[in-house]
Design a protein around this ligand. Sequence first.
Ligand SMILES: Nc1ncnc2c1ncn2[C@@H]1O[C@H](COP(=O)(O)OP(=O)(O)OP(=O)(O)O)[C@@H](O)[C@H]1O
Ligand SMILES: [Mg+2]
Length: 322
Amino acid sequence: MAETLLEVKNLKTYFYTTKGVVKAVDGVSFKLNKGEVLGIAGESGCGKSTTAYSLIRLVPPPGKIVDGQLIFEGRDILKLSEEDFRKQIRWKKISMVFQGAMNALNPVYTIGDQIAEVLMLHKHMSKEEAMKEVYKLLEMVGIDPKRAKSYPHELSGGMKQRVVIAMALALRPPLVIADEPTTALDVVVQAQIMNLLKKLQREHQMSIILITHDLSLIAEMAEKVAIMYAGKIVEYGTAEQIFLNPQHPYTRGLLASIPRLTGDIHKLEFIPGVPPDLSNPPPGCRFAPRCKFKFEPCDKEEPPVMEIEPGHYVSCWLHAKK
Ligand SMILES: Nc1ncnc2c1ncn2[C@@H]1O[C@H](COP(=O)(O)OP(=O)(O)OP(=O)(O)O)[C@@H](O)[C@H]1O
Ligand SMILES: [Mg+2]
């Protein structure tokens, strides 16, 4: 039996803006096993990054986690005080490669110093001890340790992204969240970074939550897949279940939108319309206004989550008995 590392139960994270309450994450539940890669996909604005921020409790204001449980290694880490969370969990147990992080490296410090700082702060290492570890980490992510003295502007985009990954791995956390880790990179470098993540994940028995709108990346990397739409997970299952037997009309639409080398471009299906405003989501199924299979209950009532085969969950009225 695979061992559960993280179980997210009914997570809700809202932004309290002057224009209203944006329900960015609205009842998200999923499980992640030890050593497993979970891919989270969905259109821009569906709440992927907000889910990630919630997991390391760094939701930016005016956002707040308003409900749910985050059971990590057997206990609810939402119940920890901020101080305990910072000391015990953030970076040590759960780290994150932030969306756009490579552009957030501090321009006035060398990359070696920036990685060393993580180690000195959290592991109370001396500068000398930390630098030894920095060289190991740089080697691990495929950068010549001599480059520790380089400043961010002296590195290519791909190398900066490797540095950011080295920082996330510095404390060897069992869970790394990677939010669009390769979006800004060209396809060759993207493949290198993905291969690196996969290799490190296997070697260190890490779990990864890979967030991307790129389903082909998820197909290559992930054992489990969650499809998010408008603050909710509409379908969840193994990669085989999601890619070979997708059941939610939204999942099918997303999959049909992946251009295929062999496919006829004119046959490329797409999902008309745009996602709803999350401060005023439609009643019933949030996808209903865009769904070509919509029928009587869809606009009125939220569909329940159904397990349609072992481990394969869908939230759609087409699969619910009404
Ligand atoms: N700081 C904030 N203040 C107010 N609303 C926010 C804030 N951050 C995110 N949101 C809103 O929360 C929703 C979810 O945003 P989020 O960034 O989680 O989406 P995402 O799926 O990561 O999108 P992308 O693919 O573009 O990265 C959006 O409607 C967004 O406008
Ligand atoms: Mg995002």
